[in-house]
Design a binder for this molecule. Structure first.
Ligand SMILES: *Cc1c(COP(=O)(O)O)cnc(C)c1O
Length: 381
């Protein structure tokens, strides 16, 4: 076995991210399987009720975070000929959700230190065709969200928050999702809570939510109410293009257990991130994002490397030491499909220097200590 910096190569890989599910989730799924109503039914309704208690607002569950974004946009009447402003530094899902409606995603820059949407750049990207802004709550932080809302108010735009990273984050004493125009979450396997796959839309806009309720079930009017009671609709009307984007009982049963455990899951994520901050502060050449983990529930833990660090070499070294790392994200405006005619200075500089370190609730504080000491000895040399 190879030796590195005086430590033995670890036998167990510390994964970048990992679902954290256990016996309770297994029991919940098993019960749904035994009952024999696997699709959208009572469990989905119950999960929505539980989420509504959590957020204090109307919630609709859907198949993925991506479909939540797409349906939110479509329900706003956004489509072909419209533009939606979105930070380039996001998961491809944000961009594809916009494209799926026929609208054009218009990439904007992020703030160089927080990696959250830059409101000054947002204002530069507004045209006659702009219909909405989609801020992305990168790594769980929301930044100066009120600035986005004031721009939206000034130009009469909708705001669809991509809160896929921010389930549980508190912003100025308010839970993300409990305020704002439309807020979309993801429950994919590695997010702050999971339902296997899945997502939800949260909003106070009753008319919009009614539209989404139908759109997620192929546009079949009022089908949700029947499905909640395990009844199928046989005669109905359809007025809009719809999709098969509902959540299943199997997914909801996992989600409900995760929501019950959320206090523990979120505290663990926060404790791990705080430990990273403590250990990395003072190490030259690496800069943690500045986030207050008493309020932010981090989905990922990202550091910014100084220019002289060779990132791919660092990633290879860490992997040999049993530490899996990642890059969130390659900028969307540099992809063939979304190529922009203009440059985004901060995004183009920073994306080459960001590195995501392992973060998931099954990690231990001593894993963080190990990662940080290995990282320190590599970036020193
Ligand atoms: C995960 C994620 C999504 C999409 O969620 P899915 O449930 O995977 O479809 C959207 N935006 C961001 C920033 C994400 O991380």
């Amino acid at each position: 076995m190879e030796m590195h910096h005086g430590h033995k190569t670890r036998m167990n890989l510390i994964r970048l991210s990992k679902s954290s599910v256990g016996n309770e989730e297994i029991r919940a799924v098993t019960q749904v399987l035994r009952e024999g109503y696997l699709g959208m039914g009572e469990q989905v309704k119950q999960f929505e009720i539980n989420l509504e208690k959590f957020f204090g607002r109307k919630v609709l569950c859907v198949s993925t975070g991506t479909s939540a974004l797409q349906l939110a946009l479509q329900a706003c009447g956004i489509g072909s000929g419209d533009e939606v402003i979105v930070p380039s530094l996001t998961y491809i899902a944000s961009f594809q959700a916009i494209s799926a409606t026929g609208a054009k995603p218009v990439a904007c820059d992020v703030d160089a230190s927080s990696l959250i949407i830059d409101s000054n750049d947002v204002e530069k990207r507004i045209t006659k065709k702009t219909r909405a802004i989609m801020p992305v709550h990168y790594s769980g932080g929301v930044g100066e969200l009120e600035k986005i809302y004031s721009i939206a108010k000034k130009y009469k735009l909708r705001v669809i928050e991509d809160a896929a990273h921010a389930f549980g984050t508190i912003h100025k004493n308010q839970l993300v999702g409990s305020f704002g125009d439309i807020v979309c979450f993801s429950f994919d396997g590695i997010k702050n809570i999971t339902s296997g796959e899945g997502g939800c839309v949260v909003s106070n806009d009753k008319k919009l939510m009614k539209v989404i309720e139908d759109l997620r079930l192929l546009g079949v009017e009022n089908d949700s109410a029947n499905r909640y009671k395990n009844i199928r609709s046989w005669s109905f009307d359809v007025k809009h293009l719809g999709w098969r984007y509902h959540m299943s009982n199997i997914m909801a049963s996992i989600g409900m257990v995760q929501l019950k455990k959320f206090e523990k899951l979120s505290q663990k994520r926060q404790a791990l991130a705080k430990r990273y901050d403590d250990k990395l502060r003072g190490i030259g050449n690496v800069l943690p994002l500045s986030r207050d983990y008493d309020f932010v529930v981090p989905h990922i833990y990202v550091i910014i490397l100084s220019k002289k660090i060779n990132r791919s070499l660092l990633m290879t070294c860490l992997l040999k030491l049993g530490i899996q790392t990642g890059i969130h994200y390659y900028p969307n405006h540099l992809l063939t499909l979304f190529k922009s005619a203009y440059k985004l200075k901060n995004t183009e500089d920073i994306h080459q220097r960001i590195l995501t370190l392992p973060l998931h609730p099954e990690m231990k504080l001593k894993d963080i200590d190990y990662i940080c000491s290995q990282l320190e000895s590599i970036v020193r040399n």
